[in-house]
Design a protein around this ligand. Structure first.
Ligand code: TXA
Ligand code: MG
Length: 357
């Protein structure tokens, strides 16, 4: 299959003819990758079982891992869920369009192929002009996981989608770099109290300011402490996601202590002949990168800004390109989205953390 690339820009939008082509592909059950404010999505007609099957096949994703339905207008929610609860209404009013996915009981029109066999469905309205124009024009809810091969870091640029899915899907809408860089917050609204199943840009505090008490899936905290015995409620959270090819260790603690420890690790590896310096990747920030005179140093930007979340997946892909054999990472604390960023970083490291005193 030849994958066709088209462009969307904030200044010029779509070429009208190309936008019509995206609709034809979606309506006929094909796949279109598109930008959102979080990461690129791999879209297919959310009401067609065949399209969901194609998405799983293109990604190499297990089919028990449900997909998120993307909509262009809040009113569309009504047609794909059993009932829009008061809490759902409030959260959609406060955060849509935006990086928040709501889980509700599904309507009969949503096939089990899309929901991975569940009676619930995940829905979100993205905050991206290009995505909204594409979704509005498609005229159906678009099922879309992140547009990466299963297990690879989520794509934050069209080039990343091409790297993973070229020749496996019909079209890619190139909308440049995404703004946030990690996936939406997922909130389950099927219980009395809303439960966060995946942390994201919309934090617990932000949700609580609108609907009062919100809980976090206990499996998220248990993951880093007790290992994978406690099953997360979002099936996708159980997989070793977001991972670069080389094993990775995260060092947690005071900035200087972490830098000193990472330097010591590099020194030990090099002296013992286990790895050469250029085989060791170091994930760091603009403020702290000067600590590392040797090794493959990749910075995620300033540790005090949104850049850490925005460039994390790109940095993980960079290590694959550099063919490093081992990655040593600083940890990133004190950010507003610390919980989401550290959740992705620790997953990439397979929960391999060293606390530095
Ligand atoms: O920001 C995002 O959410 C991106 C963009 C493309 O919108 N999408 C995304 O999709 O991250 P994906 O498929 O990579 O992750 C979806 C997550 C998975 O962990 C899945 O298990 C969970 O959502 N999920 C979907 N439907 C669910 C449901 N009914 N119940 C529980 N978890 C669900
Ligand atoms: Mg994903």
């Amino acid at each position: 299959m030849i994958t066709k690339s088209i462009k969307w820009t904030p200044e010029d939008g779509f070429d009208a003819k190309q936008l019509e082509e995206t609709k034809k592909v979606i309506v006929s059950g094909g796949l279109v990758a598109f930008p959102t404010e979080t990461v690129y999505g791999l879209g297919g007609n959310g009401l067609l079982p065949e399209a969901a099957k194609k998405i799983y096949a293109a990604k190499g994703r297990p089919s028990d891992n449900p997909l998120i339905l993307h909509i262009a207008r809040k009113e569309q929610l009504r047609s794909i869920v059993q009932s829009v609860t008061e809490t759902a209404e409030k959260l959609a009013d406060a955060f849509w369009p935006g990086p928040l996915t709501l889980i509700l009981n599904k309507a009969a029109c949503v096939p089990y192929e899309t929901t991975g066999g569940l009676d619930t469905v995940a829905v979100r309205m993205p905050e991206h002009e290009g995505a909204l124009a594409f979704l509005e024009n498609a005229g159906v809810p678009v099922a879309a996981p992140s547009a990466n091969l299963s297990g690879r870091p989520s794509p934050t640029k069209a080039e990343h989608v091409r790297e993973d899915l070229d020749g496996r899907i019909d079209m890619i809408i190139d909308g440049g770099e995404v703004g946030i860089g990690f996936e939406s917050t997922i909130v389950d609204l099927t219980e009395e109290i809303p439960v966060i199943l995946r942390p994201g840009y919309i934090t617990k505090q932000m949700l609580e300011s609108v609907v009062g008490e919100v809980m976090t899936d206990p499996a998220l905290a248990a993951e880093s402490e007790a290992g994978p015995e406690v099953r997360p409620k979002a099936p996708g959270m159980k997989y070793r996601h977001y991972a670069p090819k080389a094993p990775m260790t995260v060092f947690r603690g005071r900035e200087e202590a972490v830098a000193a420890r990472i330097q010591k690790e590099i020194d030990t590896y090099c002296k013992s002949g286990t790895y050469r310096a250029e085989e060791i990747g170091i994930l760091t920030t603009e403020e702290t990168k000067h600590h590392y005179p040797v090794g493959q140093v990749v910075s995620v930007g300033s540790r005090h800004k949104h850049t850490v979340g925005r460039y994390l997946y790109e940095a993980l892909r960079k290590f694959d390109e550099l063919h490093v054999k081992m990655i040593l990472s600083e940890s990133f604390c004190g950010l507003e989205q610390e919980e989401a960023v550290m959740n992705r970083l620790l997953k990439a490291a397979g929960q391999h953390v060293v606390d530095v005193k």
